[in-house]
Design a protein around this ligand. Sequence first.
Ligand SMILES: C[S@@+](CC[C@H](N)C(=O)[O-])C[C@H]1O[C@@H](n2cnc3c(N)ncnc32)[C@H](O)[C@@H]1O
Length: 378
Amino acid sequence: MTVPSDAWRTRARALADLLSDQGEITDPVWHRTVARVPRHVFVPAFYSDDDPPELVDATDPRWLRLAYSNDTLVTQRKEHPDHPGMLWSTSSSTRPSLMLRMLQILDVADGMTVLEIGTGTGYNAALLSERLGSSQVVSVDIDPDLISVARNRLADAGYHPSLMAGDGSRGCPARAPYDRLIATVATERVPYAWVEQTRPGGIILADVRPRGMTWAGALARLTVADDGTATGPLISCTWGFMSARRDVALPGVPEGVPIDTSTTHTRTSDVGREALRTPGLSLLIWQRLPGLNAFPGASATRVTTPDGSWANVTGGTPAKVEHGGPSDIWRHVEDAHAWWSTHDRPDVEAFGLTLGHDQYRLWFQTPEGERWPAPGEP
Ligand SMILES: C[S@@+](CC[C@H](N)C(=O)[O-])C[C@H]1O[C@@H](n2cnc3c(N)ncnc32)[C@H](O)[C@@H]1O
């Protein structure tokens, strides 16, 4: 459907005004950019928030208004074979306020090159192309179908960035080095390939978040140094991106590990399952227990680690903890809670990350400061 230019331009300008009023856009260049990019071209159909969700397209009177709303518009859903009947969001146009906040934190300037991980609908690649010129923008998505659709829509809107199908954890070496790298999909750890492909002095902005836990994570803004390390603060971002997929056919959700429940130990704990959702504390928990998966239920949350350890945590505090497998993983959560409590319950922004090719360090307050040890470290 062709939307008259006046109709979409009025809405795009209204969206830019809204983001400025909310303080998400502070730079007039980004206001102008949002006002010029036709978001509706990138979201010809998406799922509504209704339960069950309905597909909203140009035949729906809500379509154009929602296309220019400050909402995440889910454009692709997939069923996980282990969860028949449950559909998970696997691609979307993320809410513009988060995108614009990130684009400003990315701090681009004329002439810079940018690699985006997670092309999705192509809307963010369009914003970057409008701002920097299409030749400066490379974008990668794991789903080749999404890439070909995005390429056509970008061309319809007048943009021609380089798009590549592939696993974004490997970056896009063919066009490296980049001045900036932005990931619009969450990863549990920042891949070192991103550091290698970013110029010294360049910036990586990535959503660091455990798999499937849209509610527990942070944005890492890392500056790459000459010595091949990248360091920077974590920025609060309570609700972030969907998780990176390892396989194009599967959603990026926690995957169960085989567990043995034949021997179960039961105890109580002063730390309840809300610890997993507490900003700051959840960082420490996942740093200590990489690959921890959480499956929240109505009254209990099950957590598992890749070695087959598991715990079911029920109720508030004291919580009932049933556990089994090689280790009592909830003890690590209790350790993290104790450290966090003795350090005055710091929020995400008290922490930062340093990574190099043989280190991945979550630090407290300054890069030289105290750090929360990874598993096996003193
Ligand atoms: C939230 S969407 C990105 C939004 C997008 N930037 C836009 O403007 O529409 C996340 C995208 O990341 C992609 N993705 C998931 N896992 C990936 C991976 N391992 N490598 C690259 N892209 C991935 C998904 O297919 C999805 O399209």
